[in-house]
Design a binder for this molecule. Structure first.
Ligand SMILES: N[C@@H](CCC(=O)N[C@@H](CS)C(=O)NCC(=O)O)C(=O)O
Length: 109
């Protein structure tokens, strides 16, 4: 299952305190399949982000079912690290596919 990482366009900033980078780095470390969607730098140009997530800050994770996840980046890192990012979504994806196999599978295994 793939997700979209909506993030700022400062892709070159790779320092620990940078919210978008720390979340992207954690997705990499967890082996989560994701696509980067770069957003505009200026807050005033973030209508699409507001429509998607109801707020103006990055990063935001969009799941395949269209739902979104946004929290403080430190909390996002923790959720990814704990393997719970996709929790609930593997089971529903399996149910849709008619197999049910993923229900007992830990997220991101
Ligand atoms: N405390 C927030 C900060 C999020 C944040 O500042 N994100 C940056 C992008 S890395 C942003 O959207 N900055 C632009 C702005 O503040 O308008 C977090 O850790 O998630």
């Amino acid at each position: 299952m793939s997700v979209k990482l909506h993030r700022c366009s400062n892709l070159w900033v790779r320092i620990g305190g940078h919210p978008c980078w720390r979340v992207q780095r954690e997705l990499d470390a967890a082996g989560v399949d994701y696509e980067v969607v770069k957003g505009p730098v200026r807050r005033s140009s973030r209508a699409a982000l507001v429509a998607l997530s109801g707020q103006r800050l990055y990063p935001v994770i969009e799941f395949e079912d269209g739902s979104v996840y946004r929290d403080q980046s430190a909390a996002m890192v923790e959720r990814i690290r704990s393997g719970k990012l996709l929790e609930g979504r593997l089971a529903s994806a399996a149910a849709e596919a008619g197999s049910g196999e993923a229900k007992e599978r830990p997220a991101q295994s």
